[in-house]
Ligand binder design. Structure first.
Ligand SMILES: Cc1cc2nc3c(=O)[nH]c(=O)nc-3n(C[C@H](O)[C@H](O)[C@H](O)COP(=O)(O)OP(=O)(O)OC[C@H]3O[C@@H](n4cnc5c(N)ncnc54)[C@H](O)[C@@H]3O)c2cc1C
Length: 167
């Protein structure tokens, strides 16, 4: 499945991709709906050990699409700095591809929700745990097992970092 990046000098290392996923606060999950339309839906997320976790309501377009097709991709934009005078954007982004599933096991589900809550609400661990207890029954947790991940940045950023010459 992996496509080689045509402008390979702009490709980021796997470590840089992981760092972007770690510091990002939202991304766009792309799913294939049963009507044949791609469904690209923005979500909060957390990453751990090559997996990306999301929380969701218990029904909706997203879950129906996942039931139809378990292959997905997830895109996080790290930077989009417009340089009008250069007619460009100093961009940096990551796309992760993999398979997505609903976490059915209660222990797995709770652990994923804990991870997610810990990322967004790092303070007040007791309050966080109480909130998890309150909401867990009404929440669906999703896990994207990443099979392939690429990152790319604008050539201007490559030059600025001194990583490589222009393509
Ligand atoms: C930055 C950000 C972070 C978010 N984080 C989360 C999260 O962590 N968990 C979560 O469950 N939701 C989150 N949302 C909301 C999320 O984008 C969806 O609206 C929500 O998950 C419901 O998805 P669904 O497919 O079940 O919705 P449904 O109500 O079943 O969707 C029906 C239709 O509504 C439209 N729709 C749904 N969502 C959106 C949207 N965001 N923008 C425009 N049209 C839409 C689409 O046309 C879709 O086909 C976030 C949104 C943003 C912008």
């Amino acid at each position: 499945m992996p496509y080689a990046m045509r402008r390979y000098k702009q490709q980021l290392s796997q470590a840089a991709c992981s760092a972007i996923l770690d510091r990002g606060t939202s991304g766009v999950l792309a799913l294939l709906g049963e009507d044949g339309y791609p469904y690209a839906v923005p979500l909060s997320y957390v990453c751990r050990d090559g997996r990306v976790y999301f929380h969701s309501a218990r029904a909706g377009h997203k879950l129906e699409a996942i039931a139809h097709c378990d292959r997905a991709s997830f895109c996080v934009i790290d930077q989009d700095q417009i340089a009008p005078e250069e007619y460009t954007s100093y961009f940096r982004s990551v796309i992760a591809f993999g398979t997505i599933r609903v976490l059915e096991d209660p222990a797995e589900k709770r652990e994923a929700l804990r991870l997610l809550a810990g990322k967004y609400f790092p303070d007040d661990p007791e309050g966080r745990e109480a909130e998890i207890q309150k909401t867990i029954a009404s929440v669906t947790m999703l896990e994207l097992a990443v099979e392939h991940m690429t990152g790319k940045e604008a050539i201007e950023l490559v030059r600025k970092d001194g990583v490589g010459p222009e393509n």
